[in-house]
Write a protein that binds this ligand. Structure first.
Ligand SMILES: [Zn+2]
Ligand SMILES: [Zn+2]
Length: 176
């Protein structure tokens, strides 16, 4: 059962292919890229100017039911996300409905007032995307800071991660 990546058209353009290639290589199962339209989102908080990641996941669940999609589904959006327990999240996943979301808002240097770096943006989206897909495939968090399944709290922690599943996490991936 292939994994689907839905790339909202407002997300950074022109880097879908390298991100898709890296994620496919890391996960080791079929991954399909859907050049998406505007994904209908729920959960906007006007004061925070962020979306509630949990409600975005609910919306993905609804979208999957409407379109009879059973595959694990990763949505990539440019909108900043928060969750009940965090002021912001890079992404969130809910394995029970096979739904995950990654926000590119804080994955681009522009957010931090730094010079554009397309290579870094690609790496960060690929790492976060693989992390959330890892959850959809049943993996939990890992304590090894370099492992994809480590939960980064900051951009530095995200950048310290490698495009790598540690042997323990890798052994839990299906089909490997
Ligand atoms: Zn996680
Ligand atoms: Zn690990």
């Amino acid at each position: 059962m292939g994994i689907l990546i839905y790339w909202d058209y407002r997300s950074p353009d022109g880097i879908q292919t390298p991100v898709h290639r890296i994620i496919s290589g890391l996960i080791g199962c079929p991954v399909d890229l859907i050049p998406g339209d505007l994904f209908p989102l729920d959960g906007y908080h006007r004061i925070r100017r962020q979306y509630d990641a949990g409600r975005v996941l609910n919306r993905i669940g609804l979208f999957k039911r409407m379109h009879t999609i059973d595959n694990p589904f990763l949505l990539v959006i440019p909108d900043d996300l928060y969750s009940e327990s965090s002021d912001f999240v890079f992404g969130l996943a809910r394995a029970s409905i096979g739904a995950a979301v990654v926000s590119t808002a804080r994955l681009e240097n522009e957010y931090y007032g730094l010079d554009d770096n397309t290579g870094l943006t690609i790496d960060r989206i690929a790492k976060e995307g693989s992390h959330e897909i890892g959850h959809l495939l049943g993996l939990g968090h890992c304590t090894i800071p370099e492992c994809i399944m480590f939960q980064p709290g900051t951009r530095d922690e995200l950048d310290r991660k490698q495009k790598w599943f540690c042997p323990t996490c890798r052994s839990q991936l299906p089909g490997i």
